[in-house]
Design a protein around this ligand. Structure first.
Ligand code: UN1
Length: 496
């Protein structure tokens, strides 16, 4: 299924055959490749090489570093269709979303190229005569990227494009579930490197490994920044371990994203927004819509319309004309069924959520998306289940809706559908949504790369992608220069 595709992306067949780790496609559960997992010693060797590469790369002028990223963006443009297809095969995304993910990589490359001629610091007024003060941004070191199966290529690209223009080197550990897309990205990056010419060896490396490999990145003091995407459980381990050695982290962990649906909302837009955000990527985005907090006066109508829309959703092979592909694996299906059982126990009324196409695909896990009308924001609603379950809660008073939006442990994305300006502005105010992303009349998922991406509370607090997220990949330095013939001291201190 993948041999020709991998070849067209530049991956040698020795890299994905005869390995010790099987790779399956969620489309039908079959094994499509086997890769070799690297051990801890090999990972440490890679970190060593990456650190040496950093020492050389940091002195290359930033716009020149940007040229490498520009070339990579061009290579991605040329291979968008193939890489998108591989994302579909390995992660189960529908074609549109596989292509969208590669477009997100291209977009961040463009963003980073522009940034490579900026990386602005400040000049600051000095209190001393004949002095100037400034703030500069310097390259940081090796960046360790740990990424998840659900965005197997874009999240790496967000980190790598920024890290490279910032003068850093990268060691990437992708999910064990998606090593093939990682091998393809590495091969495409190497094409760009070849065109670029003189990059230091080992500037950007891939580690196909398991937990041990991740731990090597987490614990090694030469890895200045660990950017990790995954569950809150994973972040709880990674965060304190990196902090214990005073390393830096960018953590992108669980989300529990809500929509407040107000009585004035344009319901046609809202239902489309719900469909894309709740059902897209089979509910496996960290930005997936998991809760609708709907005004009780329109609740029955909204539930009926969403059920009707869910009933028409085409489920099946993500490369065909379907809207919902498979869950990543059986564990994910089991977790979904467990959550639905719990929702029923907690007084919920569940619609959908059944396994689909089991006869055709006995080893793959397709589901119809589920809606669970809940009497309260009970335990199951407060927990992120990485599957298409949409909990519906009713509200009467806007303050109550805001409280429900915020009363979960996670804080990634949120949105409100309303045509009432006061509600929209309040939602985005200091006492509104407490999430890293707060949208008006747009669903919770599908953010552009230009904004900073990330969230608060158990989502981990990290920001990547656009805006000034690049600052996390650099070290800040304050510089004071004395161009006078005196040595005045700050704070007016006399020391004679
Ligand atoms: C993720 O699910 O880890 O906003 C990232 C979105 C995408 C990124 C999701 N641009 O849904």
């Amino acid at each position: 299924m993948v041999d020709g595709l991998l070849q067209s992306l530049g991956v040698a067949s020795s890299a994905h055959t005869h390995g010790n780790h099987p790779v399956h496609t969620p489309i039908d559960g079959s094994q499509i490749a086997s890769v070799t997992l690297e051990n801890k010693a090999q990972v440490l060797g890679r970190i060593d090489v990456a650190h040496k590469a950093f020492l050389a790369w940091r002195d290359v002028p930033a716009p020149r570093r940007g040229e490498l990223v520009r070339l990579f963006g061009e290579v991605l443009r040329q291979h968008k269709a193939q890489l998108g297809e591989l994302v579909s095969i390995e992660a189960g995304k529908i074609t549109q979303e596989g292509l969208g993910e590669v477009q997100e990589m291209i977009d961040i490359c463009d963003f980073a190229v522009g940034l490579s001629r900026q990386l602005y610091g400040l000049t600051i007024a000095s209190e001393r005569p004949g002095h100037h003060m400034r703030e500069t941004w310097q390259p940081l070191g090796v960046v360790g990227v740990i990424s998840a199966f659900n965005f197997p290529v874009a999240v790496w690209a967000w980190n790598t494009a920024l890290a490279l223009v910032c003068g850093d080197s990268v060691v990437w550990k992708p999910s064990e579930k998606t090593p093939l897309t990682a091998l393809a990205c590495q091969a495409l990056f190497e094409k760009a490197l070849k065109q670029f010419g003189q990059a230091p060896e080992g500037l950007c490396q891939l580690v196909v490994g398991d937990r041990d490999a991740g731990e090597a990145l987490v614990d090694d003091p030469r890895v200045a920044l660990v950017s990790a995407t995954g569950s809150t459980r994973m972040g709880r381990e990674v965060g304190p371990r990196v902090a214990a050695r005073f390393g830096r982290t960018i953590l992108e962990l669980g989300g529990n994203n809500a929509m407040i649906l107000a009585p004035s909302a344009d319901l046609d837009l809202a239902v489309r927004g719900i469909l894309f955000s709740a059902v897209g990527t089979a509910g496996q985005r960290c930005t997936t819509l998991r809760r609708v907090i709907v005004h009780s006066s329109i609740k029955d109508e909204v539930v009926a319309r969403v059920k009707a829309a869910y009933g028409k959703v085409r489920i099946g092979d993500p490369r065909k004309d379907n809207l919902v592909g498979p869950l990543i694996d059986k564990a994910s299906f089991d977790a979904m069924q467990g959550a639905l059982a719990k929702a029923r126990d907690e007084g919920g009324q569940v619609f959908g959520g059944e396994r689909q196409l089991a006869d055709q695909y006995p080893n793959a896990y397709y589901v119809s998306p589920a809606i669970a009308e809940m009497p309260a924001q009970s335990e199951v609603v407060r927990h992120e289940t990485f599957a298409p379950i949409l909990y519906v809660l009713a509200y009467d008073d806007f303050e109550e809706a805001l409280r429900l939006n915020n009363e979960v442990p996670q804080g990634l994305s949120s949105c409100i559908f309303t045509t009432d300006l006061r509600e929209a502005e309040r939602f985005q105010s200091a006492s509104g949504s407490d999430c890293g992303i707060a949208n008006v009349n747009i669903g919770t998922s599908g953010a552009e790369i230009g904004g900073a991406f990330g969230g608060e509370k158990e989502t981990g607090g990290g920001r990547e992608s656009g805006s000034d997220a690049w600052k996390a990949y650099m070290r800040r330095q304050t510089n004071t220069v004395n161009y006078s013939r005196e040595l005045p001291l700050a704070q007016g201190i006399v020391f004679d």
